[in-house]
Design a protein around this ligand. Sequence first.
Ligand code: HPA
Length: 264
Amino acid sequence: MSAIGVIGGTGVYDPSIFENIHEESLMTPYGEIDYVQGTYNDKTVIFVARHGKDHTIPPHKINYRANIWGLKKLGVRFIISTTAVGSLNETFKPGHFVLTDQFLDFTKNRITTFYEGGDRPVAHLDVTNPYCPELRTIIESVGKQQDLHIHNGGTYVCTEGPRFETPAEIKMFHMLGGDTVGMTNVPEVNLANEAEIAYTTISMITNYAAGISESSLTHAEVVDMMSEMASQLKLLILGTIDAIDINADYDAHHRMAEYGGFKL
Ligand code: HPA
């Protein structure tokens, strides 16, 4: 059975937007995951709250491998993830949606791959297009039909967190071409690609990044903006699920062909 995965980031914990939902857990080689299975217009949806349903797991402690392995095992072929981000780009304003197309990886202490030798031989993932271009086009057109401020393309800087950034770091990221900053998209995007799942992330701009914003940053500010955007996000996700052809076959589904494909 093929399914669509939704990974909810900060402020996105409520799977009740789907129908016929039930909570489940699954043991993976990397640890257990909790998920909610449901449907939307007859498509199977698997929902995982990245930070746990009560927001208790910080970015550097998320079990990214268990989440992605579990989604693969459950038949997920497409992942729509959500991320709250700060903006480094003056045209990306709080309240806007960005379909990230590139990342800069500034994480430090995370396990980044399923391929560690042994059963899974050394493999070098191609990340020319880490965020599925076909999925981004679908989401962009759904977002435009819904009159959202939505940008297709932008470079996401992933920091280790859990602290926010210094203004000096933000200045550097801006000089390097970063548009948004968050703490969770890497290694999630890379693991999804290794698992040959078409992956995309809807970034929600919750604030201007440190030093661009005149005031200091608070988590409450991020959560408040997320709740303002929640109803728009819900419709965007549901519209996207409707628009996805569950049998579509994209490059992302063959990412590891050179290595004989991804095996569970
Ligand atoms: N920095 C890092 N992560 C974030 C931010 C930010 O400014 N806003 C929301 N998530």
